[in-house]
Design a protein around this ligand. Sequence first.
Ligand SMILES: O=P(O)(O)OC[C@H]1O[C@H](O)[C@H](O)[C@@H](O)[C@@H]1O
Length: 301
Amino acid sequence: MNKVEALPGTDFCFEHLEGALPALMVRHPAFTASLLLQGGQLIRFSPRGRSNWLWLSDQERFIAGKAVRGGIPICWPWFGAPSRNPEAVQRQVKVDKAHGFARLADWSLETVEETPDRVRITLMLDCTAADGEAENWTGRACVRVHFGLSADALEVTLETSNTGAEHVWITQALHSYFPTPDVHRTTIRGLDGQPYVDALRDWRTFEQIGPVTFSAETDRIYQVTGPLQLTTPDTQLQLEPQGSRSAVVWNPWAEKSKTLSHFSPSAWERMFCVETANVLEDAVCLAPGATHRMGLILTES
Ligand SMILES: O=P(O)(O)OC[C@H]1O[C@H](O)[C@H](O)[C@@H](O)[C@@H]1O
């Protein structure tokens, strides 16, 4: 499919980015968006007159089979190192790779729906037969990602259906990268008083006091109960999680940056991640036939 039917004023087309990855480009009167079929990864959402709400590495070359640094990578059906997952999740994982296999898989475009104000796009990855994934994972599931794009909101929902005969356990994240002109002057509000596990301090639990700020490498899993306000020197976004009680806050800072793929040595100063997740005790158990939805709504505030 090279062309999707569109209302007047809107254009959907497939383009091959630099390293040959196919992307669905959406040019709507109210916004533009770019969505990679590899990983079901949204890499650009710009309401009209605004820059990209998502950070994307200027070192990215869009190579098939390589994780793309920026936008919203989908970590599924496990998050992080398998060994850091609950036992029930670990039992299904057969490889020692971080963040699952969905971010490198080729998702298929299932539907595109358009109204004058809104575009809704659904991509699907079917691991029911699991032929391709049997070497990675023992689960049987179908996962869809729904994107709702409009002039003033970005909605992303990750929907997992257990299509097998056994229970399926997953951890997952919408690993959102955000831009900032200066990470030192960037704050996350909405986590005051919340417990967090610090992956850089022996995975011990601490309590957040006040807004989250960045002054060193940061890799924390917060318990979340409501919306978060992401404030940079030039934007304020509200991130409302749905079906998620955990959020990962990450910035690699200078040293770790040197070990990252597709990441310039100073990029850590201009990005931060707030990942809408189900991890640790917030892992999801799906009985046969059950469906779980986790998502986010991003608006300017
Ligand atoms: O380099 P990646 O595999 O994309 O992972 C990037 C980061 O993802 C999450 O934020 C994890 O909590 C970090 O520990 C990890 O470094």
